[in-house]
Design a protein around this ligand. Structure first.
Ligand code: NAP
Ligand code: MG
Length: 504
């Protein structure tokens, strides 16, 4: 993934001249129309590669959120065009959305790279096509969502069946690391089930959600089915969580905000699903193909600058394979240089903001204070944009803060272990449980550990793969509810039981 970098910041100008993307001032998208915030307030979204302002974005207050929720409610109600739409036509609309994402892929990838600082290689090869695929996958679902006829104690005297119904108005709050992909993971299954949506993108990355809103108009999605409210979490996001007209909140983001959302949703007993952070163990046994394990370990932590909830950020290496693994890891990591995110050869872009960069850099200091040593990297690159060297900390022990806290940046903590028992015990010794990877040639050991690791996803001899058909989500503080696959259909539908007394 990340090892063939040739373009460095020194070689390439960071003057960004996108060919197609032309971000315009962002408005709110409510009831099928782009509107200013009632307060007319705006905020700015910036390009992390330069720190420059891209464009102003409307800041939704609680009154705008209320309008968006009302629009979504109206579109959901009995008799509405969306409510009366056949599953076949709903599926076609989802398919149309996927086609429109593909038709505008180049522009969407540029917008994503401008807003996030991630390499265009990643946004054009992963983020945008995977978002399109997500809509394709869920386009097949509306015609397959069905209840059951159930056996019951009344025998032939009663008919009992279930109906699968949409939950209603869904508030969806997403983070800045994979903006369009996170939108797709949430919007596609919710729409497939017949819900309506008020989407709150992260304040740092609203551009692709707003462009997607235009595409919903082009696709012919009825007005009010999909709405976007841009703004800040504690104001715009919190207003959505508190709004009594919202039936469900789906959230991806940090643990702290996840807790806040549960508290906020409790007042109105909203359904809640949470995808939170991680500190995923990547466990390397000495009997693994260490060369491949080291290569994948780099992608596992440095893809998307390490700004990944599933980042393999705790690399456990069995002592007998430690030196060999580390020599490959060190050699490959040293070759990685950050570059202009819009350059096609760049494999390591900028972090999302200066504030976040400083937070990540501070963890390097914390690690050193705790007794870890910096094997590679450990510093900012230049002063323009928010670039950081890929960083590997050695001599880490699992109780250190750099092993327990989510850094969410290009920092790997490498921890030595002696045997399988210690490896599994320490891997599980974490508040998180989003994902885990393990590398071994012993299939018996691999499957045994897969059962023992407390994580929503376990990768054996691979890392970081996801698929729209495969459930994804966390154990422990990494959240609850499973997105993607059939699981997301369950997240976005209610089951209604109907009893018919056949004697009457
Ligand atoms: P964040 O601060 O939790 O924000 C996530 C979203 O929640 C943003 O849209 C944010 O708005 C909004 N928000 C913040 N405070 C809120 C509140 N009080 N009420 C309602 N909404 C609120 O996280 P982030 O900084 O965007 O992303 C990094 C974190 O997300 C990491 O911890 C990472 O692990 C986690 N993450 C998890 C997954 C996963 O699948 N499990 C995926 C990606 C990221 P603003 O942007 O305006 O603050
Ligand atoms: Mg931005």
């Amino acid at each position: 993934m990340a090892e063939t970098l040739t373009a460095s910041l020194e070689e390439i100008s960071v003057e960004l001249k996108p060919a197609k993307a032309n971000p315009k001032p962002g408005k709110l998208f409510i009831g099928g129309e782009f509107v200013d915030a009632l307060s007319e307030k705006t905020f700015e979204t910036r390009n992390p590669a330069t720190g420059a302002v891209i464009t102003p974005i409307a800041e939704a207050g609680p009154e705008d959120v209320e309008l968006a929720v009302r629009a979504a409610r109206k579109a959901f109600e009995d008799g509405s065009e969306w409510r009366n739409m056949s599953p076949r036509d709903r599926g076609r609309l989802l398919w149309k959305l996927s086609e429109l994402i593909r038709a505008n892929a180049e522009e969407l990838a540029e917008l994503e790279t401008l807003d996030t600082g991630k390499p265009i290689f990643e946004s054009s090869r992963f983020d945008i096509p995977l978002a399109a695929e997500c809509f394709e996958y869920y386009a097949g679902w509306p015609t397959k969502i069905a209840g059951e006829t159930l056996a019951n104690s009344a025998g032939g005297e009663a008919l009992v069946y279930t109906l699968k119904e949409p939950v209603g108005v869904c508030g969806q709050i997403i983070p800045w690391n994979f903006p369009l992909q996170m939108l797709a993971w949430k919007a596609a299954p919710a729409l497939a089930c017949g819900n309506t949506i008020v989407m709150k993108p992260a304040e740092q990355t609203p551009l692709t959600a707003l462009r997607f809103a235009e595409l919903t108009l082009e696709a012919g999605l009825p007005a009010g089915v999909f709405n976007v409210v841009t703004g800040f979490g504690p104001k715009t996001g919190a207003a959505l969580v508190a709004n009594p007209g919202v039936d469900k909140i789906a959230f991806t983001g940090s643990v702290e905000v996840g807790k806040e959302i549960m508290r906020g949703a409790a007042g109105t007993l909203k359904r809640v699903s949470l995808e939170l952070g991680g500190k995923s163990p990547n466990i390397i046994f000495a009997d693994a193909d260490l060369e491949t394990a080291a290569k994948f370990a780099l992608g596992g932590i440095f893809f998307n600058q390490g700004e990944m909830c599933t980042a393999g950020s705790r690399i456990f290496v069995e002592e007998a394979g430690y030196d060999q693994f580390m020599s490959v890891m060190r050699a490959r990591a040293q070759k990685m240089v950050a570059g202009d995110p819009l350059h096609p050869k760049t494999r390591l872009g900028a972090l999302i903001s200066e504030e976040h960069l400083n937070r990540v850099l501070n963890y390097v200091t914390v690690g050193k204070e705790e007794g870890a040593s910096v094997a590679i990297g450990g510093a900012r690159i230049g002063t323009k944009g928010y670039f950081m060297k890929p960083t590997v900390l050695e001599g880490v022990t699992n109780e250190m803060r750099v092993a327990q806290e989510e850094i969410f940046g290009p920092v790997a903590s490498v921890i030595k272990f002696m045997d399988m028992e210690e490896g599994v015990r320490e891997a599980n010794n974490s508040q998180f449980g989003l994902a885990a990877a393990l590398w071994t040639r012993d299939i018996k050991k691999a499957h045994a550990i897969a059962r023992r690791v407390k994580a929503g996803t376990v990768w054996i001899n691979t890392i970081s793969t996801t698929d729209n058909a495969v459930p994804f989500g966390g154990y422990k503080s990494s959240g609850f509810g499973r997105e993607l696959g059939k699981s997301a259909i369950d997240l976005y539908s209610e089951t209604k039981t109907v009893w018919v007394d056949l004697n009457q």
